[in-house]
Design a protein around this ligand. Structure first.
Ligand SMILES: Cc1ncc(COP(=O)(O)O)c(C=O)c1O
Length: 339
C-alpha cells in the first residue's frame, strides 16, 4: 500500500481487501468463505444482539527486517477463544481451523502489512457470535466466525511515554464469578462508563479493583497490571480478569532476565512499594504508568518522575518486541512465520 502513512496510522479500523467467515449449522462448522464485504447480514433475533453471545480475540502480525511475517503466540489466542466460547455457551471454534483462517486472512491482505521500522502492525480480529434466532434466554443453535485484519499504527507515536491512570471505585467491570476471565463483549460494555469518565478526565485508562472487596487491583481497562518491586515482577491474580498473553509472556521474559515473578493478589496500598508500574497487552505491549490517582481515597501514586519509563519496564519491553519482530532469537518458540 503506497498511500498509507504507516507511522501515523491510528489504532483504528481501516478497510482491507478480504475477511474470512465460517458458519456453524446443524452441529458443524462449514467451509471458509472469503468475503470482500465489511458487513454482515444478521437475524433480528440473533442471540449475539440480545443476550450478548459473543467473544473475540486480538493478535498481531509483525513484518521483520528479514521480510518475514511473524505471528505472535496465535495458539494462545485460539485456545482463549475456545475458553471464551465455553464461558457464554457458544459452539467452540477449533484451534486448527483458527490457525487456517488467521493465516489465510493475513496472506490475502499481505499488502496491508506495515513495513518493518514503521512501528505499525497488522492487527487481527477474530470474532465469534450467536447468529441463530432465539427469543427466550438460551444459547443459539447457529454461530458465525469471522476474522478480519486492519493495519494499526504504533501505540505511542514518538516513543513510549508514561501515562496517568485513574482508580475507579464506582463501576465494576466484572463480578468475581462472572465473565471477566472470558474475552466477551459484555465485559467491555460494562467497562465503558468508567473508561469514558477516565478519558474525559484526561486519563489514559481506568484501573478496576476487585468488585467484592475493592481492596485489590484487577486490571487497567483493556490491559493487565504489573508492578516492579526490587528484582520482582508482580502481577494480580484474580478470577475476574482476562489472562493476558502479553502478561504471560512478560513473566517468562522477566524470568529469563533473572527476575523473580509473583502472581498474587495486589492490594491497592502496595502501590507505594513499587518502583515501576505498567499496563500490558497486545496493543501497546507495555504502557508504563507515570501516575495513578485514587480521588476517593485522596491519594496520588507517582512513578517515572522524569517523564521517562522505568529501566526494568523498558528492558522487558525491548526484549519482548525484539522477539515479536524477529530481531532477537525466539528462545521461547513464540513466533510462527506466515509464508
Ligand atoms: C480486558 C483485557 N485485559 C487484558 C488484555 C491484554 O491481553 P493480551 O495481552 O492477550 O492482549 C486485553 C486485551 O486483549 C483485554 O481486553
Amino acid at each position: 500500500m503506497d498511500n498509507l502513512d504507516w507511522k501515523n496510522l491510528p489504532f483504528g479500523y481501516i478497510r482491507t481487501d478480504y475477511n474470512i467467515r465460517s458458519t456453524y449449522k446443524n452441529g458443524k462448522w462449514g467451509e471458509f468463505e472469503v468475503s470482500t464485504s465489511e458487513y454482515i447480514d444478521i437475524h433480528i433475533a440473533a442471540t449475539a444482539l440480545h443476550y450478548g453471545q459473543e467473544a473475540f480475540e486480538g493478535l498481531k502480525a509483525y513484518m521483520g527486517k528479514d521480510g518475514k511475517v511473524r505471528l505472535f503466540r496465535w495458539e494462545e489466542n485460539a485456545k482463549r477463544l475456545v475458553f471464551s466460547a465455553g464461558g457464554v455457551k457458544m459452539a467452540e471454534f477449533p484451534v486448527e481451523k483458527f490457525r487456517e483462517a488467521v493465516f489465510k486472512v493475513i496472506q490475502l491482505n499481505r499488502r496491508f502489512i506495515p513495513p518493518y521500522g514503521s512501528g505499525a502492525t497488522l492487527y487481527i480480529r477474530p470474532l465469534l457470535y450467536g447468529s441463530g434466532a432465539e427469543v427466550g434466554v438460551k444459547p443459539a443453535s447457529e454461530y458465525q466466525f469471522i476474522v478480519f485484519v486492519t493495519p494499526v499504527g504504533p501505540y505511542f507515536k514518538g516513543g513510549i511515554k508514561p501515562v496517568t491512570m485513574l482508580i475507579c471505585r464506582d463501576v465494576d467491570r466484572a463480578a468475581p464469578k462472572g465473565t471477566g476471565i472470558f474475552k466477551v463483549g459484555g465485559n467491555y460494555a460494562a467497562s465503558l462508563r468508567a473508561c469514558v469518565a477516565a478519558k474525559d478526565g484526561g486519563y489514559a485508562s481506568a484501573i478496576f479493583l476487585d468488585a467484592k472487596e475493592k481492596k485489590y487491583i484487577d486490571e487497567c481497562g483493556p490491559a493487565n497490571f504489573f508492578g516492579i518491586k526490587e528484582n520482582t515482577y508482580v502481577t494480580p491474580k484474580s478470577e475476574s480478569i482476562l489472562n493476558s498473553i502479553t502478561n504471560m509472556s512478560l513473566i517468562d521474559v522477566a524470568k529469563s532476565l533473572g527476575m523473580k515473578t509473583e502472581r498474587r493478589k495486589v492490594p491497592v496500598e502496595e502501590l507505594t512499594k513499587f518502583s515501576e508500574v505498567g499496563a500490558c497487552g497486545t496493543a501497546a505491549v507495555i504502557s508504563p504508568i507515570g501516575k495513578i490517582l485514587d480521588p476517593e481515597k485522596n491519594k496520588i501514586y507517582e512513578y517515572c518522575r522524569d517523564g521517562k519509563p522505568g529501566p526494568v519496564s523498558m528492558n522487558l519491553y525491548n526484549k519482548l518486541i525484539a522477539i515479536q519482530y524477529g530481531d532477537a532469537p525466539d528462545e521461547f518458540g513464540w513466533t510462527t512465520i506466515v509464508e
